[in-house]
Design a protein around this ligand. Sequence first.
Ligand code: B12
Ligand code: SF4
Ligand code: SF4
Length: 378
Amino acid sequence: MAQVRQVTSRIVSAIPRFDQREQQHTKAAVGALGEKVQQRWTSESVDPFRRVFYPENRPFNSPLRALLSVAEGPLNPKQVPVKDTARMSAHIKEVAKFFGARLVGICELQPHHVYSNRGLRIDARKGRWGEPIALDHKYAISIAHEMDYERLRYSPSFIDGAEVGFGYLESAKTATSLACYIRELGYPAMAHFHVSERVLHVPIAVQAGLGELARNNCLITKELGPRLRLATVTTDLPLAIDSPIDIGVQSLCNECDKCARLCPSQCLPKGPKQVERGYSHWVTDNDKCITYWNADRDKWNDCARCITVCPWNKPDRWWLRAAVWAVPKGRLARKLLLWVDNLFWSKRFHLHEGKGWLMYTRSTSAKKFESGQIHPDA
Ligand code: B12
Ligand code: SF4
Ligand code: SF4
């Protein structure tokens, strides 16, 4: 793994700030992707897990919503002096891990990391829709949580959907606890997580040295591949920053297109990177992705197959460590890795029927809920 001066998604010009009203969860909710998508995206799911993590009607049954009240908060007036920023960074990383983070990195907060205008559904409800975002914290702490390998193999279904929701909750718990801790040291800090975010987590994680941006438009890390959820804490606590890294993701994605081939909506590009919005990357049709999420709400509410099928997505065993070791070694090693991956972790392996989880199987549908066949007592 090499530390590099610049992120491996080459930046060629100033990256404009992104308006949160243009992100797909919002576009789907406001009807910008058509009436059918809007109706499905904003209706209550038959799946109780979905209702716990993304409630339409009973927000007080949602632990994630309860954390909104501690995303920001009062400062301890007695400020702890910081004499050595490197020691403080090491300390903060330990604290984040104590609160549950698997990976932690630190970078300076850059203008393009922050949305230009507020555009979450909660902003519309609170009367701050479209308000310009002024977030001038100096640093961003990027936090990653592992998602379960087995549950993600069922994507798309209610099984991986529950795992994704739980990942949102776990990363929010860590981010809010860490933000509270920093405020208790006497420095401003804000937690950014699903339903309460003013930043783009992926460019922050890339800048903070957690991993690289891949063809599947996700962050890929050495430790977990793309199978993780992100949250961020922004702060003015004086900290030492990490460097971006090169773990060979650009080279492997140049030679592999598994995610693009197996994406059910065919929204990931099979060709080379392009420069768009000032940086070089594989440009995804994000609208098409969320439209697929809403194609059959009787069976799934979202999708994560581009994580499931990626050769970097392995349980933490010797295969993963061998693969991670092989990727930067050269073209031959990468070809061998992809050959082995196709042999042992083929489409069939990842997308098999499986034994299911709790009351769900891969093909659990709303009809089974409605007829009482799917029930915790069943
Ligand atoms: C809107 C949104 C979506 C949209 C748009 C997809 C997208 N990639 O942005 C939809 C609904 C399609 C979606 C799908 C998924 N999402 Co999503 N999504 C978000 C959300 C809430 C906002 C991102 C956004 O505003 N996108 C709109 C514009 C900015 O997208 P874009 O131009 O394509 O830019 C993307 C990248 O290029 C990168 N980026 C932007 N600017 C720059 C600049 C530089 C220099 C670099 C290096 C990168 C970079 O960030 C963007 C997100 O990846 C973030 C949370 C957050 N606040 O960051 C999660 C998030 C990106 N999603 C995530 C995940 C995991 C998924 C899914 C796998 C679904 C799932 N069940 O988990 C799929 C993957 C689809 C895909 N191939 O991208 C994770 C990513 C984890 C990871 N390993 O990287 C995030 C961070 C959520 C989280 N808290 O963990 N998502
Ligand atoms: S989440 Fe599903 S539909 Fe969207 S890009 Fe990934 S594989 Fe394709
Ligand atoms: S599946 Fe292949 S092309 Fe897609 S992100 Fe993973 S390594 Fe890159």
